[in-house]
Design a protein around this ligand. Structure first.
Ligand SMILES: *Cc1c(COP(=O)(O)O)cnc(C)c1O
Length: 434
């Protein structure tokens, strides 16, 4: 399968090139040139299949031309060593819990899949040169990428994070790992971390010295595997006879997760319509109302993993529907919530049902409460475990959220990180010594 750029000014790329490069030469995002439909037999039997077998079938449609069947099955099974169950919250509202992976957030699947696909290519080529992944994080991405790549031979990961700006629970998930993961604590803000990574990719001398790649969410190997989730959600709802008028609601920031769901829809997944639930960052919401896409600086909110003012994957959604506002707004509706509304949704849901929402999932819950029509059944994604945002959740609900063992284990580890100024010359001389 070949991949084209959403900007249409770069040459077609192989899967391997798209994964290693991340972004196309013209700064566009890679898209597969074809989207294969899943068969009728697959959908007839999907409710009898386990998550990882569903995922393998979907992975074959994406990557089957490029990765041999045994390699692909190992890749998928290794990635999905955990489940993503659908849980009833109340009435016709269900949640797809995407937080049962190693770092308790949905980015685990994409990060793990990408790590294993890179490893597959390294092995296939018998390459001896180490690949170095640079990733800037404000919290969640760093933990998913570090854990996804932990112990993967031939790859070293450098996680850059802003000193004092990441919660202790998030920080311990990438600073205590050791092995092939190096945490770099930058004396600056998230934008400084991102600037250091960008400068590193552009520095010729550094790129001659070491092979650099990125693992951010625009990478096709990180975003496409998220489609697995939605096929599983459909299967688990069909199992209960509840899949006839399914509405899927995705709390969104960079729009990678919902974009993967839309790819699923294009592959024939029978979901009636989608809702993109946003916090106060309302660029996509406004686009749906007006047809005009106007990026803005991001606003800080309670649901901080969705604080995005110019969602990268909008370009993919736009491309997927032939740039048609009519097609996009017919299939997807929007929602935007202030921090006060998020808190209120968390409180009323907990009081009515006992279910503990995290601030991101709360946007999804509230959107379904407001927008479901008679006869429809809604599923919203719980994108992170509430314990990842323990300080906030405890304060809002007046409870003491239990910390899962996996998370507690990270917190016992010893923090190791390399202090770094925000000057590129310091970062470069550090990397030149590696
Ligand atoms: C990354 C993230 C999101 C947003 O996902 P996108 O794919 O960027 O839209 C939502 N919730 C949590 C907890 C996240 O970490």
């Amino acid at each position: 399968m070949q991949y084209y750029s959403t900007n249409k000014k770069a040459p077609l790329a192989s899967l391997q090139k798209a994964v290693v490069k991340g972004l196309a030469e013209d700064r566009g995002l890679y898209m597969p040139e074809r989207i294969n439909k899943m068969s009728k037999t697959f959908f007839d039997n999907i409710h009898t299949m386990a998550f990882r077998d569903i995922a393998y079938n979907v992975a074959e449609a994406f990557f089957g031309e490029d990765v041999d069947p045994d390699g692909l099955q190992e890749l998928v099974y290794d990635t999905l060593s955990f489940d993503c169950p659908v849980v009833k919250v109340k009435d016709n509202i269900y949640t797809l819990e995407l937080f049962h992976g190693p770092t308790l957030a949905f980015k685990d699947v994409g990060a793990r899949f990408m790590a294993r696909l890179l490893q597959y290519y390294i092995r296939q080529q018998g390459a001896h040169e180490q690949v170095n992944v640079l990733v800037a994080t404000s919290g969640d991405t760093g933990s998913a990428v570090a854990n996804g790549f932990l112990g993967v031979e031939g790859i070293h990961v450098y996680v850059l994070y802003p000193k004092g700006k990441v919660s202790p629970i998030q920080e311990c998930q990438f600073t205590t790992l050791g092995k092939n993961i190096t945490a770099i604590e930058v004396d600056g803000v998230f934008d400084d971390c991102q600037a250091l990574v960008k400068s590193a990719f552009m520095d010729e001398e550094l790129n001659r010295h070491m092979k650099l790649t990125s693992a951010n969410s625009i990478n096709v190997a990180r975003f496409l595997p998220q489609a697995f989730y939605y096929f599983n959600a459909y299967a688990r709802m069909k199992e209960q006879g509840l899949a006839d008028e399914l509405v899927m609601c995705v709390p969104s920031g960079n729009f990678g997760n919902i974009c993967a769901a839309l790819f699923g829809h294009e592959m024939g997944l029978p979901i009636k319509r989608f809702i993109a639930a946003n916090n106060a960052n309302d660029v996509f919401f406004n686009y749906l109302q007006t047809g005009v896409y106007e990026p803005k600086p991001s606003k800080q909110t309670l649901a901080n993993a969705m604080d995005v003012g110019d969602p990268s994957n909008f370009a993919r959604i736009y491309d997927l529907y032939g740039d048609s506002h009519e097609r996009i707004s017919k299939l997807i509706s929007g929602a935007t919530y202030s921090d006060e509304m998020i808190k209120e949704a968390m409180r009323t849901c907990y009081a009515e049902t006992g279910y503990i929402l995290d601030p991101h999932g709360a946007c999804g819950y509230r959107a379904l409460e407001e927008q479901l029509k008679p006869g429809e059944v809604g599923v919203f994604c719980e994108t992170a475990h509430p314990a990842k945002f323990k300080e906030k959740v405890d304060e809002i609900l007046g409870i003491d959220v239990a910390i899962p063992d996996r998370l507690a284990a990270f917190m016992k580890g010893e923090k190791q990180s390399v202090p770094m100024s925000k000057a590129f010359s310091d970062f470069k001389s550090f990397l030149m010594k590696q």
